[in-house]
Design a protein around this ligand. Structure first.
Ligand SMILES: C[S@@+](CC[C@H](N)C(=O)[O-])C[C@H]1O[C@@H](n2cnc3c(N)ncnc32)[C@H](O)[C@@H]1O
Length: 278
């Protein structure tokens, strides 16, 4: 049997073991990406084989949580893809402003930058007061950072440029205080975001929402799991609610596509429509 095939068997067993032991389900994640991430974990954590990872994972929970940092990809930034936020400002928020109260969901929020960006956008459009943002992820380390709302000062230059490109109406510095090489977002923004653990692979819908943003998350999923995630979004969205999945992803091949009309083709923002016949 080739080396590659053996690797595949080991990966299958590891992912099954992780699911049975910890209920984190990576079995329907893109295998090529999981393979790359496990390779990197093996070299950084000094483990020679995937079976070696499995042994440690099953017997040492703290090792599993280190491995989880490799299996999830936390890369994010504030106002990432500024054109997406510009499109939300121009094409989505004017509709949302007709609701007396708003629930928004950032699924796969990583360390929180996307949720803080959305809160700022809502504040500038006069909607933050009546909004609550649920920001969810499976990585407890990322969620803890997100909750703290403290970011490195050296990243702020890039975030400020993104904010301006996204049509920011004030100065980004109006929303944070800087101290000792870090910035902390103001309570005005922070208190409107509820960071919580939720998996698109294993959990169910927790609330009705008016807008969902899920970007750079489903690219790591196989089509079956993408369908599960979009199914959750469809179930969660109120009538005529909005879904933003970002330019890298598409609903084109999804069985749920019939439930949506396009709002912004480039930024992949959709609006839920009534099922035919209803
Ligand atoms: C690349 S980050 C994207 C962050 C942000 N949405 C953005 O676009 O900048 C992907 C995030 O998805 C999270 N994630 C992976 N699998 C998930 C799942 N099953 N349910 C919820 N979040 C998940 C990861 O932990 C990671 O924080």
């Amino acid at each position: 049997m080739s080396e590659d095939k053996t690797d595949d068997i080991e990966i299958e067993l590891l992912l099954q073991g992780i699911f049975l032991r910890y209920k984190y389900d990576f079995r329907e994640y893109s295998r090529a990406s999981v393979k790359r991430r496990l390779k990197s974990a093996m070299s950084r954590l000094n483990v020679a084989t995937v079976s070696g990872l499995q042994e440690k994972t099953l017997h040492q929970p703290e090792f599993f949580f280190s491995l989880l940092q490799y299996l999830t990809v936390p890369v994010t930034e504030m106002f990432r893809d500024p054109a997406y936020f510009q499109a939300l400002r121009e094409k989505v928020l004017p509709h949302l402003s007709t609701y007396p109260s708003l629930k928004l969901w950032v699924a796969g929020c990583s360390t929180g930058e996307e949720a803080y960006s959305l809160a700022i956008l809502l504040e500038e459009e006069g909607l933050l007061d009546r909004s609550i943002i649920y920001a969810t992820d499976i990585n407890p380390v990322s969620l803890k950072k997100a909750e703290a709302g403290i970011y490195r000062l050296e990243d702020i230059q890039k975030y400020t440029a993104n904010y301006q490109k996204a049509g920011g109406k004030r100065s980004l510095s109006d929303y944070y205080v800087a101290d000792y090489g870090a910035v902390a977002f103001q309570p005005l923004i922070r208190k409107k975001i509820l960071f919580t653990d939720h998996s698109l692979a294993t959990d169910n819908v927790f609330s009705e929402t008016h807008f969902i943003s899920c970007r750079n998350v489903m690219i790591y999923f196989e089509p079956e799991l993408q369908n599960r995630a979009v199914g959750l979004f469809t179930e969660s969205l109120a009538r005529q609610g909005f879904l933003g999945i970002g330019e890298k992803e598409s609903l084109q091949f999804s069985p749920h596509a019939v439930r949506y009309e396009s709002v912004d083709r480039g930024m992949k923002i959709y609006r839920k429509v009534l099922e035919r016949g209803l």
